[in-house]
Write a protein that binds this ligand. Structure first.
Ligand code: NAD
Length: 483
């Protein structure tokens, strides 16, 4: 007998227990070789006073089995509760969020009958680092973090996914026409890693027009790789325009563990009524079966599911009098899939996972290159309301000292000194850029500390500094608009 694979299962909240029971019933009938450990996460754990929604025993199980099949959970209203999903992804290093978005025309209503897109979203970085500050009365700020290794991991994952799954093209979306440093790095690494995959077609779109194109003509895309925030937004758009968010599953893959879940939430209003569609969780479980090396079972389940959809056996969310034959509940849907195990769809394309490589992580990160890093200045941010840009400029010119000079002041990214425009709107948050007086020499930490002492001594409220570096002579910071 083949060995059983231990997995950790959470039944979740709302419709979670019903769709998990339906999913596990189908897996069991299909012959999945699983040793299931059940953990409690979510609402009950939150309300018992654990703000993370997950306890030590659950972590212990997850770290041991390394495979998590998770039903949706309810995050209680009110402050203080941390997102269980974000915590799990980050603690377990699940850097790749993979979401296939497929339309099932003509059996599920969609405007995009030929859509078959896989969204590969970076899962750990970007604005989701969650590093935010209020720095003045009027201004808040969030830190967008894009790292070279983090980007290399996700981009390589997307290309490996394409090669392993017979996909032809990988498209990258960024906003590097504006975010030249952060999104610029993501795009650059996409080009570098992409060059190692000569058989895969590559393209880059600016995210705004790319998103418009994806929503309008999704059949033009194949695999799409994106930084976290754009990926979060566009993966929901992609799932919805394919037919229904109720049909999509997702995998969260890391070097050490993986989590599989439906993309929808716990739909509390539908709970306990045998109404919910278990398809999203079931398709996530199919990805899990491939991941743990049971592609034969994955294929049986997926093809039986396609046949069920094709036969018009539909839950309320996708039921349509024109295309459906039967409106069924969660349990009856699962029974219909079980009854079709061993069958294949006749109109929809059947899936084949025979010999499918496992979706395991491929996070090879290039060694750090030797780079000459040089400190060339500092941006001192001030909370200041005592006058206009020229007043501040005159004060800071005095404080710059003999070795540094004030090169410019910007407000919300726009240069306001020297030679700003009176029309420019300003707030209480000023970026004051100091560089070496001769414009070319390096600057030392000691010079910056002395400058800050003079700034503080003058009674100015400096709220943060950002050092200006060059790397092999390339600027590692943005210029102000108009600088
Ligand atoms: P939701 O996805 O739960 O529901 C949105 C709509 O879709 C509702 O009308 C619902 O009836 C319908 N729907 C969702 N899944 C369905 C299914 N399987 N079958 C049939 N209909 C389905 O989103 P929401 O209402 O914004 O959130 C409800 C709760 O879920 C919140 O507490 C939220 O925090 C949580 N949530 C959890 C996850 C997760 O655990 N991964 C993800 C998203 C939301």
């Amino acid at each position: 007998m083949k060995q059983h694979t231990p997995i950790t299962v959470a039944y979740g909240d709302g419709i979670g227990p019903e769709i998990m029971a339906a999913t596990l019933h189908i897996l069991q009938e299909a012959g999945a070789r699983l040793e299931i450990e059940t953990i409690e996460v979510g609402e009950k754990v939150y309300l018992a006073g654990n703000t993370a929604g997950i306890d030590a025993r659950a972590w212990e199980s997850l770290r041991r089995t390394k495979v998590f099949l998770k039903a949706p959970i309810t995050t209680p209203q009110g402050g203080g509760y941390k997102s269980l999903n974000v915590t799990t992804r980050k603690m377990l290093g699940l850097y790749a969020n993979v979401r296939p978005c497929v339309s099932y025309h003509p059996f599920v209503e969609t405007k995009h009958p030929a859509m078959d897109v896989v969204i590969v979203r970076e899962n750990e970085e970007d604005l989701y680092a969650g590093i935010e500050y209020r720095q003045s009365v009027d201004v808040t700020q969030a830190l967008k973090i894009i790292s070279r290794p983090g980007t290399e991991k996700i981009v390589r994952y997307a290309f490996e996914y394409a090669v392993r799954n017979g996909r032809k093209k990988v498209t990258c979306f960024t906003k590097d026409n504006i975010l030249k440093v952060t999104d610029g790095l993501f795009h650059k690494i996409f080009d570098e890693v992409g060059a190692q995959y000569p058989t895969v077609e590559k393209e880059h779109w600016i995210v705004d027009i790319g998103a418009a194109k994806l929503a309008d003509t999704p059949e033009a895309f194949d695999v799409v790789v994106l930084p976290n925030l754009y990926g979060d937004v566009l993966s929901d758009v992609a799932a919805q325009i394919a037919g229904s968010v109720g049909l999509a599953g997702s995998a969260n893959i890391g070097d050490h563990a993986a989590m599989f879940e439906a993309i929808h939430g716990s739909a509390p209003r539908r709970a306990g009524q045998n109404l919910a569609n278990p398809s999203g969780l079931l398709l996530a479980a199919v990805m899990m079966l491939v991941h743990i090396g049971q592609p034969d079972v994955a294929e049986r389940v997926h093809n039986a599911w396609l046949r069920t959809i094709e036969d018009g056996v539909h839950t309320y969310d996708i039921y349509d009098a024109n295309t459906s034959t039967q409106k069924v509940g969660t349990r009856e849907f699962a029974q219909a899939v079980v009854a079709r195990l061993g069958q294949r769809p006749q109109t929809l394309r059947a899936v084949s996972y025979a010999g499918a490589p496992r979706q395991t992580s491929v996070s090879v990160v290039s060694p750090r290159a030797a780079v000459a890093k040089r400190l060339v200045g500092v941006d001192v941010f001030l909370d200041w309301t005592a006058g206009g840009p020229d007043d501040l400029g005159r004060t800071l010119e005095q404080l710059a000292g003999g070795d540094l000079k004030l090169s410019m002041i910007s407000n919300r990214g726009v240069k306001v000194y020297p030679d700003g425009l009176p029309e420019t709107f300003t707030v209480d948050h000023w970026r004051c850029r100091f560089v070496a007086r001769d414009g070319t020499s390096s600057v030392s930490h000691a010079q910056i500390v002395a400058l800050l002492q003079r700034v503080a001594g003058a009674g100015l409220d400096f709220i943060k500094t950002e050092h200006l570096y060059t790397f092999d002579g390339q600027r590692g910071y943005s210029m102000a608009q108009g600088e």
